[in-house]
Design a protein around this ligand. Structure first.
Ligand code: ADP
Ligand code: NI
Length: 214
């Protein structure tokens, strides 16, 4: 079983060699580590969680014309090619498909403890110090402003809207990042999220103080 994980890590590391920094191999590595942290407290199948964490971003739909099935399909092809048992492959595919923020906003058609853990691990990487870095990186990549007091956050955005919006990066905190702590599935992730959330709030307070010149 460990061999499956090692081979999958090698595959993903190579596949994401030239990925953009928000979803590069380092993001995968952090999510993988988050999964292992959560598994110290949460009971679930370790192999399933680790394989899904490794494979969850190999074909992000926003880089593939919104195709949400390509990721699970490619993950399945890879896992089959290294001989992973069929039921395990299917579970990993279900996790990847249902993990995206967008899918999670729709009708819930699949749940498992393993999905909850991997989804939490991914969401934890969007908040706290890393989350702040990723947001400003994304904003810079899209040439967004840091902040504009005249442009108020739109609190009812879905993923497609905020990805394509031209709003300043600070708005993204109110439109998504500060909402994530209440979307965690597991108690362990809720505890970690509370700390990372508090750090973002302190960051924003300081940001606005400095914006006003003191
Ligand atoms: P995920 O892969 O978790 O669904 P996304 O693909 O939506 O996340 O976003 C990847 C990273 O880019 C996240 O850290 C997210 O906060 C950040 N990001 C997405 N949209 C914006 C935005 N409009 N402004 C700033 N950061 C953004
Ligand atoms: Ni991710």
């Amino acid at each position: 079983m460990q061999a499956y994980i090692d081979q999958t890590a090698d595959f993903v590391r190579q596949r994401l060699a030239n990925a953009e920094a928000g979803h590069d191999w380092w993001h995968i590595l952090r999510v993988w580590k988050n999964v292992r942290t959560l598994l110290k407290q949460e009971k679930a199948d370790r192999i399933t969680c680790e394989l899904a964490a490794l494979l969850h971003d190999i074909a992000d739909s926003k880089f593939h014309n919104g195709d949400e099935t390509l990721g699970p399909t490619l993950a399945g092809e890879f896992l089959n090619s290294i001989g992973v048992p069929e039921n395990l492959v299917r579970h990993v595919q279900d996790i990847i498909f249902h993990m995206s923020y967008k899918a999670s906003l729709g009708v819930v058609s699949f749940r498992s403890k393993e999905l909850e853990i991997v989804q939490d691990a991914d969401r934890l990487d969007a908040i706290g110090a890393i989350g702040i870095a990723r947001a400003f990186h994304y904003g810079g990549f899209k040439n967004r402003q840091l902040y504009d007091p005249a442009i108020v956050p739109d609190l009812h955005q879905d993923r497609e809207t905020y990805k394509n919006s031209t709003a300043p990066t600070i708005n993204h905190f109110y439109e998504k990042l500060l909402l994530l702590k209440d979307r965690m599935n597991t108690d362990t992730a809720k505890r970690i999220a509370a700390e990372r959330h508090a750090f973002m709030e302190r960051y924003l307070e300081q940001f606005f103080r400095e914006w006003e010149g003191n």
